[in-house]
Design a binder for this molecule. Structure first.
Ligand code: HEC
Ligand code: HEC
Length: 318
């Protein structure tokens, strides 16, 4: 009935005084950050490009797919707080952070559309994230675009350039030997353990960026012997430690390991997968299971794997 009551005079005066005070402080205000909750800018439309396919975040289908298949874990807001999240370890990804484990791009950078597309199809082993391999390519491309709506980073930043990967050199016992040397020197064993069983001295202390306990990968576990969260091939393995798994204690070694040396480390990691049939384990078996020691050049310079330390055929090394 009596809407629009006039503002009492005291209040008007008070608000005038207040706004004057703010004008005085105005210059300082200009430099201050924009505090308070930000509008959900992430919700504007996004696209993804997968080969010839363009994914759309606003396709009628994608919202349905996301709500039906993903939101139970990742939450309708993409914050990883779906109704099942409480029971899961590791926790579903919080897409509002735009931090992803599996990337072809350098650490700290956004993944490419293709990285996300591949992850969705592959799923993440040792977690509850299933492979979504019954979706069409278009559906997956749309989901990639949709995931990108949850964080404003996707509007401000471009994905990094994929790291260059030189062609894989032949697998030799010298390569494995140099890889073993790197695994020791770079202290991968502190987390992954001397035999790669995920039981190094630091293993029990690790947490991810959301303070959840996290275990290093166990290379020797027989049932999961050749799959990683971020792929299955030697190239995937190369990418894993050269890009790092962002959001986890698994760092990027791109600044430390030279590209050619990285392949030697890949070859060594494969022999930690003791139950995996593959060229690396064949070569090791041919060397009677003995990895010859790698000798560092006295000047500390990286050298070729040392043919001199190859054991004479038919004899073990010591
Ligand atoms: C049953 C729970 C569950 C469902 C359903 C689910 N996810 Fe996940 N998802 C997870 C978990 C758990 C992780 C984190 C795994 C980890 O960190 O190892 C994850 C991680 C991810 C990641 C991050 C990958 C990276 O590189 O960091 C993406 C992308 C993703 N999910 C997409 C989807 C999409 C798209 C759907 C729906 C089609 C979906 N997920 C459905 C549980 C689920
Ligand atoms: C500070 C501890 C730490 C160090 C040091 C470390 N890692 Fe890891 N690594 C981890 C953790 C934790 C995971 C598991 C991440 C996950 O499950 O999300 C992991 C996972 C991995 C994986 C599996 C990734 C996947 O996609 O499943 C590989 C391969 C790997 N590390 C290789 C290495 C190599 C090679 C080195 C040394 C050059 C190394 N790590 C050093 C903690 C470490």
């Amino acid at each position: 009935m009596n809407e629009l009551r006039p503002m009492p005079l005291v209040k008007i005066v008070a608000s005038l005084v207040l706004s004057a005070a703010f004008t005085v402080a105005g210059s300082a205000q200009d430099q201050a950050p924009d505090v308070g909750p930000h509008p959900n800018v992430g919700r504007s439309q996004m696209e993804s490009q997968i080969g010839g396919i363009v994914g759309h975040s606003d396709s009628g289908r994608v919202k349905y797919d996301y709500v039906r298949y993903c939101a139970g874990c990742h939450g309708t807001r993409g914050d990883g707080n779906g109704e099942n999240a409480a029971w899961l370890d590791p926790k579903p990804r919080d897409f509002t952070m735009a931090t992803f484990k599996c990337r072809s791009t350098p650490t700290g950078m956004l993944p490419t559309d293709e990285d996300l597309f591949n992850t969705i199809g592959r799923g993440l082993v040792n977690s509850n994230m299933p492979p979504w391999n019954t979706f069409t390519r278009q559906q997956k491309a749309d989901l990639v675009a949709y995931i990108k709506t949850f964080s404003p980073r996707w509007q401000k930043e471009k994905p990094g350039d994929p790291i260059p990967i030189p062609p894989e050199p032949p697998i030799t016992i010298e390569s494995i030997s140099h890889g073993k040397y790197l695994f020791t020197k770079l202290e991968c064993w502190k987390c992954h353990g001397p035999q790669g069983r995920g039981d190094g001295p630091s293993a029990s202390t690790l947490t991810d960026s959301k303070d959840q306990p996290i275990r290093p990968y166990d290379f020797a576990e027989s049932s999961k012997d050749s799959r990683f969260k971020c792929g299955t091939t030697n190239r995937d393995l190369y990418k894993i430690f050269m890009t790092g798994l962002d959001g986890t204690p698994m760092p990027s070694y791109a600044d430390i390991i030279k590209p050619a040396d990285a392949w030697d480390l890949v070859h060594f990691l494969r022999v930690l997968q003791v139950h995996r049939p593959g060229r690396e384990n064949e070569i090791l078996a041919a060397a009677h299971g003995e990895i010859p020691p790698y000798v560092e050049k006295p000047d500390g310079q990286k050298s070729q794997a040392q043919p001199a330390i190859r054991p004479p055929s038919g004899m073990g090394s010591e």
